[in-house]
Design a protein around this ligand. Sequence first.
Ligand code: IPE
Ligand code: IPE
Ligand code: MG
Length: 256
Amino acid sequence: MPERMMENTGQSMVPRHVAIIMDGNGRWAKARGLPRGFGHRKGVEAVRDAVKSAREFGIEYLTLYAFSSENWRRPEDEVNDLMGLLKIFIKRDLAELHSADVRIRIIGARDGLRSDILQLLLEAEETTKNNGGLVLVIAFNYGSRDEIARAVAKIAGDVAGGRLAASEILPETISHYLDTADIPDPDLLIRTSGEVRLSNFLMWQAAYSELVFIPEFWPDFDRKIFLQAIETYKGRERRFGAVGKADVGSKIAESI
Ligand code: IPE
Ligand code: IPE
Ligand code: MG
């Protein structure tokens, strides 16, 4: 088995890359008789908390699903609210994240974003590009199918231009053309709010991620809940298609 596939099979390890589907802001607000926007605002505080905890736990990559390519289907007011919150988050928190050595990366389609939003995202990436601490990956205007389609279009362009031979296309080639090119696959993928689906998030990259679905709404996500999810992860055995650790070395003769 290739060396990299053995990574993280020792489950005493903290996951190197945690990806989170931050879900349930609307229901959190509704449960309190508040408009959905209040849930989104409170959700930003949970983001700050999650970043802090990830740094404390020694996680190397934290990917947060902030806005999906399908979230444009929401009412215009809510879309504007979410765009505004991203702006506020970056404007208010960029300096602090930068001084904490956090490197910001944005994944998702850049076409179709308002120019002020795009400028801010580019500024956040540019300002923090040499930082060596936590890599905070923000999935914004992100959808796996869109990401894969964009990657395939680039591959097709390179094949047509003679820069790549069709026979050279391996799974690693495809990974290389995705927005996450130089980011390792997530070890642990958490979704809050009790929904049990991926909603078009990291479908290629999560092929062997451990999935943890928790009932709490995103605005209630805190250090303790984060730690519990990591404990659940540590209790899992990752096999990557091979046999379990306890079975390695067991003699065929013993089973016949
Ligand atoms: C997650 O909370 C935030 C985004 C998708 C941007 P939701 O807004 O989806 O909240 P629910 O799922 O409706 O409760
Ligand atoms: C997924 O949540 C997207 C984000 C968290 C940004 P949704 O609330 O949009 O997903 P569905 O619609 O319930 O599948
Ligand atoms: Mg939702």
